[in-house]
Design a binder for this molecule. Structure first.
Ligand code: MLT
Length: 392
């Protein structure tokens, strides 16, 4: 037998697996040292009361003959589709059940979505980029073109006349840079996709961090997007579901490419390869969209935003170039003294015990930058600021 040789074209490890390995080695050699984790974007606050109560109630329901559920509907339970549609309706985006697909994470959904694309499609991603978009297409053997996200374009690349791409991944607020597209900028992308018969895959995983009301939280706030875009969103960064797992994909029912309906193809793919997010988790997710659940989300996001503000203030005081931190849980900053990303990653780890993410891990244009997350306690963030002062 033969294995998928496209895997030979990947870096040896997934970025966060490399970091995990480096941190494990450091800890083995320095068992007495305490670390502050600001690397992978993993939340730290416990699940909210609404979520845990809904989880327990659903578990109790499953323990009764009348309430037990086996396989669920492929696109998700109606009660959750209603809740998601209600969430979008508040922003003036009308969705019907056939346009919503419940999943178990935006990572899974964005990575698996490429199952429905032909091998010969050209994929465009920004550089730097969330590695999942890039790696999953390399695994399938597709050509991936990189669109430079730089200090000069505010880490918000726009389409050029000569861009040849069939599928375009956009993440806004951006992972890793925290930059956010305006409605006008997204409209340029939407027009480009409609004109060139391309498809935009819009990752809105960090939308809850947008505080500026003029910035779009969904690509469907942009005119013309229903004929060219699919949106992905996750419950990880807003409701703290990194370990609980829930997400949704929005595919407008009229969206077609290559003479075929995208939503129908995705349903075909999901019903063949996925048996759905567990009922208990779908009930927990439904609770997130209630009035009380949304109040709790605002509180959790607000807590992390306060950490982000501490980091923004610190980097402003240090006089170091950075983006993000506002409308985003990530701070993207320039490594001082001309150090490479990995050199400064090592320095932060070894000298002050801060785990960061090297920008180079997100692409060539990330070289010379690092990412810190605000997913931590206020105490640890304040301590990190003091430690950063020592090395910056
Ligand atoms: C990140 O740190 O970039 C994210 O947490 C990764 C993810 O959401 O999968």
């Amino acid at each position: 037998m033969k294995l998928n040789s496209n895997y030979d074209n990947l870096k040896q490890n997934y970025l966060f697996a490399t970091i995990e390995q480096k941190v494990a080695e450091f800890k083995a050699n320095n068992p007495e040292r305490e670390l502050i984790y600001m690397g992978i974007g993993d939340v730290t606050l416990p699940l909210s009361k609404s979520v845990t109560e809904a989880t327990k109630a659903a578990a109790d329901e499953m323990a009764t003959a009348a309430g037990f559920r086996g396989y669920g509907p492929y696109r998700g339970y109606g009660f959750l589709l209603d809740a998601i549609a209600g969430y979008y309706a508040k922003r003036g985006v009308d969705l019907c059940h056939e346009e919503i697909f419940v999943g178990d994470g935006a990572k899974t959904d964005t990575a698996c979505f490429s199952d429905i694309f032909a091998k010969e499609n050209v994929i465009a991603v920004s550089d730097p980029v969330y590695p999942v978009y890039f790696d999953s297409n390399i695994m399938d053997g597709r050509e991936v073109v990189l669109i430079a996200a730089t200090r000069e374009n505010g880490f918000l690349p726009m389409p050029s006349e000569d861009l040849k791409a069939d599928v375009i991944y956009l993440c806004s607020p951006s992972n890793p840079t925290g930059a956010v597209y305006t409605k006008e900028q997204l409209k340029v992308w939407v027009d480009f996709a409609n004109k060139n018969d391309a498809l935009i895959l819009f990752d809105a995983a960090y939308e809850a961090y947008i505080t500026d009301p003029s910035l779009p939280r969904s690509i469907f706030e942009v005119e013309g997007s229903r004929t060219c875009a699919v949106e992905f969103c996750s419950l990880s960064k807003n409701a703290g579901f990194t370990g609980t797992r829930a997400s949704y994909v929005i595919i407008p029912k009229e969206l077609e490419r290559d003479g075929k309906n995208i939503g129908k193809l995705w349903l075909r793919r999901q019903s063949t390869k996925f048996n759905g997010t567990p009922y208990i988790i779908q009930r927990a997710t439904e609770a997130v969209f209630t009035e009380e659940g949304q109040r709790e989300v605002a509180e959790m996001v607000g807590y992390y935003q306060e950490n982000a503000r501490m980091l923004v203030d610190a980097f402003t005081e240090f006089g170091i170039f950075f983006t993000g931190g506002v409308n985003s849980p990530y701070i993207w900053f320039e490594a001082p003294k001309g150090k490479t990303s990995w050199e400064f990653f090592d320095l932060l780890l070894n000298e002050v015990g801060i785990v960061s993410t090297p920008g180079a891990g997100f692409g060539v244009n990330g070289e010379g930058f690092l990412r810190l997350t605000s997913f931590n306690t206020h105490e640890n963030t304040a301590r990190a600021v003091e430690l950063l002062k020592k090395v910056l």
